[in-house]
Design a protein around this ligand. Structure first.
Ligand SMILES: Nc1nc2c(ncn2[C@@H]2O[C@H](COP(=O)(O)OP(=O)(O)OP(=O)(O)O)[C@@H](O)[C@H]2O)c(=O)[nH]1
Ligand SMILES: [Mg+2]
Length: 711
């Protein structure tokens, strides 16, 4: 393939609601550009984008796919992304490197959560947006409704560039407001006839044309002057206005397509090559972690950012990167600024799905791929040795919101399972696995039930290990609510050397900035930040040498053992002040073991009498749902002991802010989805630990005792 210069490159990402037609559109784009000479379909399982086994089986996209096509002497890099909320990580990563987002709308459904999410993420990255309204040949499609929703949701900068003349079964004509022509498509061919606008459409077209001109004028000062002086813009000015306005996000054009029959796709590509920004014109500028802009300049030293790693059968790991500056040729040595690894670019290629083509040179702004890197991961920057320290800001992936415990059906596979999950995380940063020492479970976290079920499918079908999901335990904490004292004497005399140690201690609830207790003199104080959160303050208040200072560490050790396995439910305890104020030693029999046991048992006893409470993790949860479902969603949340913190409207959606105990969030993604027919989404992150209500506490105590008995 020929080497494309920066100005000849367009990087587009296709995003939008699930099943809106993104993969079908990308297939039609590749066909229109001549990259493929036959269009596959998602149903037949032969599209370039959805080529992985799991995608073929499910008939939808699971991973993003990098592709390219050539159109009007430009190279268009196309990244097709999955629409299901569960795979949102792919959308985040793709929009990091996109210069334009094509947001596909299903004209039967209108705006969906995927649309909303794509828009937010595009806005966050300052990526220009083109809306493509799809499925227009469907009898239930409703262009006007979809347009109305777009304007309500995203504002009046949503501007009609095309509208359908005959939506529904016979759809084949649109009025193009930029060209002021009627475009007649020929289903399943690239043919487009350009005809005069019929009289019946004239008024509507003129009105929309004026709105377009106003928007174009507003995007550029000189255009505004011309427009004010003459009341119109000529063809050249319109073209300039489209380029400037799309590139600087002054407006977001709406076009019409029927991806399935390849209608409108040729014109969409024409709009992309002519009006979407080249990489050096994009407002989505890469910044370094210290906030400096990286100029898209091929004469600068090379800096490439790895946004995706994919593992391909027979090939291994492929790293996909955007070259933000400089040029690359095969054989170049690069430095990974994040891991300090020296990497050689043995092969350099461009990729379209599972097909690869070697290239001799890649220029700033382009997207390329390589294999066999040794120590490079997603979010790493690879630099020329001339400028090795550039670190590009990483993609911030969404926090997990769905968790399960996982184990191999055959325990012999457990170790292998850990390694597989580790590898999967490299490819999918939203999948997080880790063994919890506390819960004694391997916890797998992701974006939803579907996400984790796909992971299960891959492990069972590709890695051939059978696994099962179990309910994950909740990381409870224990603490006390009032002071208490206790003492314990450990004494053992059986033959030879005996054991003796006696400890008197007082415990109190700890809080930030609390005053010291005044009952006993404090002679030594150790403040320990517990690895699981909260504090333990350990005070030596011994007078008159009742216990030697050398036994203090043993007493603390005994207490720590109990703190790691709280007396109520075996959970970690936290936020406690312990004052050891008296005790007894034996001249011969006292040793460390004796004081450890005495300390441990005294602590356990005191804990029981100190109004012990179980704390549970509470999460800040934000639900975004359509207005008409808000009542149902809130009722459901209330059934989960949620505290509603506030509500605000976002266009036709409602955002509900709430605090919910983690214990009640089990399978929430599934519940919310069925409650709203998949029209809602949510996010969550850890907020705090709070006491569980009394009824929950007694339930937990009971089930811990039952478990104890079982063991
Ligand atoms: N009738 C009609 N069907 C379409 C059109 N575009 C796509 N489809 C069909 O809609 C279904 C979903 O299309 P995809 O291209 O897989 O949609 P997607 O947005 O990639 O889906 P995900 O990747 O799962 O989010 C498939 O059965 C397509 O054949 C269209 O314009 N008209
Ligand atoms: Mg798809």
């Amino acid at each position: 393939m020929k080497v494309y210069e920066t100005k000849e490159i367009r990087n587009i990402v296709i995003v939008g609601g699930a099943k809106s037609g993104k993969t079908t559109l990308s297939e039609a784009m590749l066909y229109e550009g001549g990259t493929i000479n036959r269009r596959g379909s998602v149903e037949d399982g032969n599209t370039v984008s959805d080529y992985r086994e799991i995608e073929l089986e499910r008939q939808n996209s699971i991973f993003s796919t990098v592709m390219y096509t050539e159109f009007e002497n430009k190279k268009i890099n196309i990244i097709d992304t999955p629409g299901f909320d569960d795979f949102v990580g792919e959308v985040y990563a793709s929009l990091k490197v996109a210069d334009t987002a094509v947001i596909v709308i299903n004209a039967i459904a209108g705006i969906e959560v995927g649309t909303e999410m794509a828009w937010k993420q595009a806005s966050k990255n300052k990526v220009p947006v083109i809306f493509a309204i799809n499925h227009l040949e469907h009898e239930q499609s409703n262009f006007d409704d979809s347009l109305r929703q777009l304007k309500t949701q995203f504002g009046q900068s949503v501007v009609v560039l095309q509208y359908p003349v005959n939506p529904g079964n016979n759809f084949n004509e649109v009025i193009d407001i930029a060209k002021m022509k009627l475009l007649r498509f020929d289903a399943n061919t690239s043919n487009v006839q350009e005809l005069d606008i019929p009289a019946s459409e004239n008024d509507k077209a003129q009105k929309l044309h004026s709105i377009l001109l106003e928007n174009l004028a507003e995007s550029d000062e000189t255009l505004m002057e011309t427009y004010c002086d003459s009341g119109t813009l000529n063809e050249e000015e319109i073209q300039k206005g489209l380029k400037v306005g799309i590139s600087n996000r002054s407006f977001y054009p709406v076009v019409c397509i029927n991806a399935k029959q390849d209608m409108g796709v040729n014109r969409l590509l024409n709009i992309i090559v002519n009006y979407a920004p080249a990489p050096d014109e994009s407002p989505n500028i890469a910044l370094t972690t210290s906030g400096e802009k990286i100029l898209c300049d091929k004469n600068a030293p090379a800096s490439a950012f790895v946004f995706k790693i994919s593992i391909e059968p027979h090939l291994g790991e492929i790293a996909f990167f955007k070259l933000y500056s400089g040029e690359l040729t095969p054989g170049t040595d690069l430095i990974n600024a994040n891991t300090s690894a020296k990497e050689r670019l043995n092969q350099l290629f461009v990729v379209a799905g599972k097909n690869r083509e070697n290239i001799e040179r890649l220029v700033a702004g382009d997207i390329g791929a390589t294999i066999k890197l040794k120590n490079t991961f997603v979010n790493n920057t690879l630099n020329s040795v001339k400028n090795p320290d550039v670190v590009i800001e990483p993609i911030v992936f969404p926090e997990p919101k769905y968790r399960v415990a996982v184990k191999a059906k055959n325990t012999a596979d457990d170790e292998k399972l850990g390694a597989i999950l580790n590898d999967m995380h490299k490819v999918d940063q939203t999948l997080i696995a880790g063994y919890s020492k506390e819960l004694k479970q391997l916890i797998l976290e992701g974006q939803g039930e579907l996400h984790l079920n796909i992971v299960k499918w891959m492990i069972e079908n590709i890695n051939k290990i059978q696994i099962e999901f179990l309910t994950p335990k909740i990381p409870y904490r224990e603490t006390i609510t009032k002071p208490a004292k206790a003492n314990y004497r450990h004494k053992k005399q059986s033959g030879g050397a005996g054991q003796f140690g006696e400890v008197y201690l007082m415990i109190e609830p700890y809080y930030e900035g609390m005053p010291n207790q005044t009952e006993f003199p404090i002679r030594g104080k150790e403040e320990i930040s517990l690895p699981w959160g909260g504090k333990l303050v350990f005070q030596n208040c011994i007078v008159g040498g009742a216990i030697d200072a050398r036994f203090m560490p043993a007493i603390l050790k005994g207490i720590m053992e109990k703190i790691e396995e709280g007396p109520l439910t075996g959970s970690y305890a936290r936020d406690i002040v312990v004052s050891v104020y008296d005790g007894k030693m034996h001249p011969v029999d006292s040793n460390e073991i004796s004081f450890k046991l005495a300390g441990r048992n005294a602590f356990k006893e005191a804990f029981r009498n100190a109004g012990p409470k179980i704390l549970e993790p509470i999460y800040d949860v934000e639900v975004i749902c359509p207005e008409d479902k808000m009542g149902d969603v809130i009722t459901d949340l209330q059934g989960r002991r949620a505290v509603i913190m506030g509500m605000e409207s976002e266009g036709t959606y409602q955002k509900i802010k709430t605090k919910v105990p983690l214990a009640e969030m089990n399978r929430y993604s599934t519940a919310l989805s069925s409650l709203t027919s998949g029209r809602a989404t949510y996010s969550m992150h850890f907020a705090e630990y709070v006491q569980v209500p009394p009824d929950v506490q007694s339930q937990l105590l009971k089930s811990y005792q039952d478990e104890d008995k079982d063991e």
